[in-house]
Ligand binder design. Structure first.
Ligand code: PGA
Length: 243
């Protein structure tokens, strides 16, 4: 594991963007595993800046996102498709037809998951998988449970996750109860994993994930077994970790 402790969210975002940019420069047809949420948003903003300055070219890259709420269309302002459009895809030259996100509007979970697994297999290896971490240790929407799920599956979102994400929804609008998420097996197959964490609310999860027992009760703990894991965490997210 390569571990970078940085000062704050801005530094984490710049460093993460630099690693993603390096990936695309070194291998223009990279498959990027992308995440949504407050954590990677700053890194995407930095990538957009560098793209506008002419430093980056995404024309040959593909992307595959971790997850999507079940029941939301791509136009819904809280869908992850919409998040990706607004924060990244609208501003760079990635071919839209090579950006993949589970189809939240597919009502049949079996079909939604099978279709997405098909897309992941066709793309081949994910070169760089970006991950945030939930305060409960989830990655993607792989919530704490009894076992690690290998492939794309439909999950019941943990109450704590729905509460944490309620901040993005309009007042009174319900956070969906289910989501389609890439499995732990898919994440572990990525050539390189970049785990990002910012803020005190992630400190316990980060410590348990990196230094606690490997258990499906803390899904991110499986990353201890990944042969090429890079962690960028800010000071607040590291308060529980002693040197
Ligand atoms: P956040 O979510 O980036 O919005 O904190 C991370 C996660 O839940 O995986």
């Amino acid at each position: 594991m390569v571990f970078y402790q940085v000062k704050d969210y801005e530094e984490m975002s710049r460093k993460a963007a630099a690693l993603i940019a390096a990936q695309v420069v070194m291998k223009p047809d990279s498959v990027l595993g992308l995440a949504t949420g407050g954590t990677p948003q700053g890194a995407y903003g930095q990538l957009v800046k560098w793209y506008r300055q002419g430093h980056l070219d995404f024309s040959q890259a593909s992307s595959v996102n971790l997850d999507e709420y079940r029941g939301l269309s791509g136009e819904h302002p809280q869908s992850y498709r919409h998040f990706m459009e607004v924060h990244l895809f609208d501003h760079i030259n990635m071919d839209r037809s090579r950006t993949f996100i589970p189809d939240g509007q597919e009502p049949d979970p079996g079909k939604a998951c099978r279709d997405y697994d098909g897309i992941i297999s066709k793309l081949g290896e994910i070169d760089l998988q970006i991950l945030g971490i939930g305060a409960n240790g989830h990655i993607g929407f792989n919530e704490p449970g009894e076992r690690f799920e290998g492939k794309t599956h439909c999950v019941e979102l943990a109450e704590s996750t729905r509460k944490a994400n309620a901040r993005f929804f309009e007042d009174g609008e319900e956070v969906p109860k289910q989501a389609y998420t890439m499995g732990i097996g898919d994440i572990m197959k990525a050539g390189r994993v970049l785990l990002l964490a910012s803020g005190a609310e992630k400190a316990e999860a980060l410590k348990m994930s990196l230094y606690g027992p490997v258990t499906p009760g803390v899904p991110a703990s499986i990353l201890q077994f990944h042969p090429n894991l890079t962690v960028i965490a800010d000071r607040e997210a590291c308060v529980e970790i002693r040197e």
